[in-house]
Ligand binder design. Structure first.
Ligand code: MEV
Length: 327
């Protein structure tokens, strides 16, 4: 494959309709790509420097030496950026550096899968400038290890699928894959504006499960049941039922201990403004909610804003990874 000096790639974030947390314990889950995306531009270098510019994290420079990127005074999120680049260079036996420019519309640690969108777009842009042909089906295997690290050791990998393929994702028997679900309904994402680490929330659930094993496993079982019912309702485009099942899923997430006062506030504000259902999307503890709001998008977004969050109007099930060489 021809190498290029410069390339750009962009990938979407995602939301969970059903099944987060329980999916880590082998239960099914359903998610969808959202309209918010991360774009990464990569420029190949002829030396061993790595320069990163991120609109959300600032700038950082390092050197790629002995298979490690060495950089000083780097925060936790920027570390992840460098680790991803390091991982790419080592995976493909590259020895030279790269300039990366990251622009993202996805808030960080917000439950909208900013990390998956970043991982996928970075690997895609770098693979173009270094001349390594990646097929869409290669990304999951290449990135699941990094995703696990970000989630503190346990990760279902659900979120990588919409970032690569767009559309909907379904997890069955621990295998996330693109789903033939064409559910089209208005949603509003409610950002609590309380960033939260997914690793921390996954850990919290694991600790509580140690204490209440049977109970937690029963709740996971219940969530699995909701996911299967939810899938059927989505396939039939039965929005009312999807909304009811989202509310039931939220009750079970609350029982797992991953809700918060702010989350509940945004959920009740959404329902009172006409949403058919609303629940946590992702790790919880802060992060975001997703409200199903056919024909009520403006009212629900406004209610979320008034309740102290940020209502985000976006579409679902759209385009996945897009990458191109720049002249
Ligand atoms: C985090 O966005 C979703 C979780 O289910 C973790 C995972 O699936 O890896 C909490």
């Amino acid at each position: 494959m021809a190498k290029a000096a410069k390339a750009v790639a962009s990938a979407p974030g995602q939301i969970f309709f059903f099944g987060e947390h329980a999916v880590v314990y082998g239960k099914p889950a359903i998610g969808a790509a959202i309209g918010l995306r991360t774009t990464v531009e990569a420029k190949k270098r002829s030396d061993d420097r790595i320069n990163v510019f991120s609109d959300k994290l600032g700038e950082c420079s390092g050197t790629f030496l002995n298979r490690r990127i060495v950089a000083k005074n780097v925060g936790e999120d920027m570390q992840l950026v460098l680790k991803t680049v390091e991982s790419f260079l080592n995976e493909f036996g590259e020895r030279r550096g790269v300039d990366l420019e990251i622009k993202s519309k996805i808030p960080i640690k917000s439950g909208m899968s900013s990390s998956s969108a970043f991982l996928v777009s970075t690997y895609a842009a770098c693979s173009l400038v270094y001349g390594h042909r990646l097929k869409l089906k290669d990304y999951f295997g290449l990135l699941i290890r990094l995703q696990k690290e970000i989630h503190g050791g346990k990760a279902s990998g659900t979120e990588l699928i919409p970032s690569v393929y767009g559309g909907f994702v379904e997890v069955k028997d621990r295998k996330p894959a693109p789903a033939k679900i064409d559910f089209q309904a208005d949603i509003v994402i409610g950002d609590t504006m309380v960033p939260m680490s997914t690793a921390k929330m996954v850990q919290r659930v694991a600790e509580m499960r140690e204490k209440h094993k049977k109970l937690y496993d029963d709740i996971f079982e219940g969530i699995g049941f909701v996911v299967n019912e939810g899938r059927e309702a989505m396939v039939k485009n039965d929005v009312k039922r999807v909304g009811e099942l989202m509310n039931i899923n939220q009750g079970l997430l609350h029982a797992l201990g991953v809700s918060s006062e702010k989350i509940e506030k945004l959920i009740f504000a959404s329902i009172n403004a006409g949403a058919l259902g609303a629940k946590i999307s992702g790790g919880g503890g802060g992060k975001c909610i997703v409200a199903l709001a056919p024909g009520r998008v403006y009212e629900v977004a406004e209610a979320i804003d008034k309740a102290g969050g940020q209502g985000i109007k976006t579409d679902i099930g759209g385009e996945g990874l897009v990458a191109e060489i720049l002249k």
